[in-house]
Design a protein around this ligand. Structure first.
Ligand code: C2E
Ligand code: CA
Ligand code: CA
Ligand code: CA
Length: 261
């Protein structure tokens, strides 16, 4: 079903303009575990919209509208601030769990870097505690601009993850030459069972590790998939097998339980 037509895209676009101010946008957090220790080492912030009339609307529906209409900047600022606050709180509490926030290419306007730098510094966040995720395809559209922009983010001590790697057309060589810290392997690749696919993945992970970058497997739903990505030496695993995206209190409970074990 295309929910965009069901609600009316114009209506959603208008409602999005005020959604942040009205407190309808919030973040859920999905745990990432260290493949070897099984401990939660990071969470990915995923935004949620509780529409007063239509209920919960998926980001796959409203993020593209927000990008087209410009409200992505307001939503993006909210998510960065929320992620920075959480990273800072956890750091102060001595909890060794990092926070990742999704960023669209359209957000990478000049104002973005100022805001990120200001907020990151204000919260006093240590290096590597915050990572931003940008999709592979958005990074390689304009490589020169990407290198310049990503270098500014790295200079702040913020990590950069290549999201959805393997879902587009970029090669591993293209992305590892960007100033990034992590590669996030797309669900489609995690599901790949053929031997040729496994061999290709093995080569990719090797190359990425030799560059000193981290590899995260996402969308892991089954024990078999977990075993496969473990054999590939993916450093971290995220997916419904571990936990779905959870509200703040629930993710903290999950971390406390899991990391005590
Ligand atoms: P993404 O960044 O690739 O996020 C992963 C998506 O996969 C999330 O969907 C997550 O809930 C879902 N997922 C997690 N584990 C599993 C699993 O085991 N199996 C399956 N099938 N799916 C899993 P979600 O939350 O609906 O978000 C969809 C997309 O919307 C995200 O894809 C991201 O591109 C975008 N998005 C979400 N939050 C934000 C945000 O704050 N800012 C921006 N710019 N984009 C966002
Ligand atoms: Ca992501
Ligand atoms: Ca992804
Ligand atoms: Ca995706």
């Amino acid at each position: 079903m295309n929910s965009r037509t069901a609600y009316g895209q114009d209506r959603l676009a208008r409602d999005l303009e005020v959604a942040v101010d009205r407190g309808e946008i919030l973040a859920h957090y999905q745990p990432q575990i260290d493949t070897e220790s099984g401990q939660v080492v990071a969470v990915e912030a995923l935004c949620r919209w509780r529409h007063p009339e239509f209920g919960s609307i998926a980001p796959a529906v409203f993020i593209p509208i927000a990008e087209a209409m410009g409200s992505i900047h307001t939503i993006g600022r909210f998510m960065i601030e929320d992620g920075c606050r959480l990273a800072a709180e956890w750091e102060r509490a001595g909890l060794p769990v990092e926070v990742a926030v999704n960023v669209s290419a359209t957000q990478l306007a000049p104002g973005f870097f100022g805001h990120l730098g200001e907020f990151h510094a204000r919260e006093g966040i240590g290096p590597g505690r915050l990572t931003i995720e940008i999709t592979e395809s958005q990074m390689i559209t304009d490589v020169d601009a990407a290198v310049r922009d990503l270098a500014k983010v790295r200079a702040l001590g913020v990590g950069i993850s290549v999201d959805d790697f393997g879902s587009g057309h970029s090669t591993v060589e293209q992305v590892i030459n960007l100033p990034v810290t992590e590669l996030k392997i797309d669900q489609a690749i995690v599901r790949e069972e053929s031997e040729a696919g496994q061999r290709a993945m093995n080569a990719i992970v090797d190359l990425v590790h030799r560059r000193g970058l981290r590899v995260v497997a996402e969308g892991v739903e089954t024990e078999q998939q977990f075993e496969r990505v473990r054999l590939l030496h993916c450093d971290r695993v995220q997916g419904y097998l571990i936990a779905p995206p959870l509200p703040r209190l629930e993710v903290e409970e999950f971390i406390a339980r899991r990391n005590a074990a």
